[in-house]
Design a protein around this ligand. Structure first.
Ligand code: FMN
Length: 452
């Protein structure tokens, strides 16, 4: 849990361990964290997780925009008692930070989502489960409950072309205790990602990151329907047989325990609610690829528009948070529709090359709707406590952290994911105090100066 005056207690822990000759597994700065995580990961994992759109210019813009704001400290204010506590949608969080939804995390560490869930629960901040998770949401929620009953969690939805699946995922999110529903708007198609393209690597094609689908009864109905249609029209796709194709097939079968019967042998952290669906070899090698193809065909809907978003209110009573808003007019429309929150995000620079930085967009969005009854969150490139401080001072209510927790995870599982975010929170606490503040609620633009 994040204690009062968290920065100092974390420094004490680290320096005390140092007296005994122990140094932290998760480095305290982002550059070293990234370097060590890269050394641990496969090429495919690194390409998918660290990679960005095009030439990486949006990632550079994210950094530049943050660096264009400087913190201007005030001195001689009593800052001996500080708190990072924040409230979001009726839940008290130990800090204004969330674990961003990150798909295909098992590329970095087995059962990634379960470990990240435990990390978030230990820190007392929400984990937004990805629609592209590597474990069914119910299993992750159980793992978080085991750490701390009521540990906050949200669900992130990619709006499929099939509304039966959308409805089912929303129902499941409500049942597993999601405190909010995030709908990601910026990924109705995957961006142009050269790092993955150069390796010909799409994790989902190997059934990495499609567990929310393969644990869903509606999804299997859709798969079965498509298989029946294909059989009745005689449209069975001819597959080229190659070593690569066989490896992919093996990966698909391995990543779908509900097909291979692994569940009934008790593999940890994979409760899908589909126990007993084990099947024979023939069924596995036909159903597995059919499921992957179905996913690739239906996972997201480029025709999504504001009417769909308006219709969400009839689908759920959960607070709705739109992720991927960058234009102030889109923020205004969201507010007009009564949306509860927005996440100013360029998806960590993974979708459009040369896009506006999330920090520059935040300034416009706060100017447009900052006075309205809507929570404003941000992500994309917030890697230190100082970065988070700037976002809060510019008017964000909370910040989602993406790659840092994935790098921590790669280094040391749940403890690593927790430590990577704990380091950010410790620095945030110290920056808060050293700049003359005692609460994150006190922050506003007067704490910053825009550099020419
Ligand atoms: C490997 C990876 C996978 C991601 N998967 C998803 C996802 O499934 N859904 C989603 O809404 N955003 C996804 N994102 C975007 C993150 O939620 C977040 O917007 C981004 O990581 C923030 O930028 P940062 O990594 O620089 O902190 C992903 C990001 C990464 C790095």
């Amino acid at each position: 849990m994040v204690s009062v005056n968290f920065g100092r207690s974390r420094q004490n822990d680290v320096y005390t361990a140092g007296v005994h000759g122990r140094t932290p597994t998760v480095p305290a700065d982002f550059a070293e964290l990234e370097r060590r995580a890269r050394a641990k990961m496969s090429r495919r994992a690194w390409a998918y997780i660290a990679g960005g759109a095009g030439e990486g210019r949006t990632m550079t813009a994210n950094r530049r925009a943050l660096d264009s704001w400087a913190i201007v400290p005030r001195v001689l204010r009593d800052v001996s008692e500080r708190s990072l506590q924040t409230e979001l949608f009726g839940q008290t969080l130990s800090a204004p930070v969330l674990f961003a939804p990150v798909g295909a995390g098992a590329l970095a560490y087995p059962d990634a989502d379960v470990h990240i869930g435990r990390a978030a629960a230990e820190l007392g901040v929400p984990y937004i489960f990805s629609n592209q998770g590597c474990a069914p949401m119910e299993g992750v929620a159980d793992a978080m409950e085991a750490v701390k009953p009521g540990a906050p969690r949200w669900f992130q939805l990619y709006w499929s072309t099939d509304d039966r699946l959308v409805d089912s995922l929303i129902r499941r999110a409500e049942t597993m205790g999601a405190a909010a529903l995030t709908v990601t708007l910026d990924t109705t198609m995957l961006g142009w990602r050269p790092q993955d393209l150069n390796l010909g690597s799409l994790p989902f094609a190997r059934a990495e990151g499609i567990d929310q689908y393969t644990s869903d009864p509606s999804f299997w109905e859709i798969v079965a329907e498509r298989m029946r249609d294909a059989a009745s029209t005689g449209e069975t796709a001819k597959q080229e047989v190659s070593l690569g194709a066989i490896k992919t097939l093996l990966s698909i079968v391995r990543n779908m325990p509900e097909l291979s019967g692994i569940l009934s042998t008790g593999r940890k952290g994979r409760s899908t609610g589909l126990k007993g669906r084990s099947s024979g070899l023939k069924e596995r090698v036909t159903k597995g690829p059919a499921a992957v193809q179905t996913f690739l065909d239906i996972y997201s809907r480029p025709s999504l528009d504001w009417d769909d978003i308006a219709s969400l209110r009839e689908k759920t009573t959960l607070p709705i948070v739109l992720k991927g808003i960058l234009h102030p007019d889109d923020a205004r429309t969201a507010v007009e529709l009564g949306i509860d929150g927005i996440i100013v995000s360029n998806h960590g620079g993974r979708q459009i090359d040369g896009e506006i930085s999330s920090t520059d967009a935040l300034v416009d969005v706060v100017d447009a709707v900052g006075e309205e009854d809507v929570k404003i969150l941000i992500d994309s490139g917030f890697y230190t406590g100082s970065d988070v401080f700037k976002a809060l001072a510019l008017g964000a209510d909370a910040v989602c952290i993406g790659r840092p927790h994935m790098y921590g995870l790669a280094l040391n599982g749940a403890d690593g994911a927790r430590d990577a975010v704990a380091n950010i929170l410790a620095e945030l606490d110290l920056t808060l105090g050293l700049s003359g503040h005692t609460s994150v609620a006190d922050l506003d633009r007067s704490a910053l100066k825009h550099l020419p």
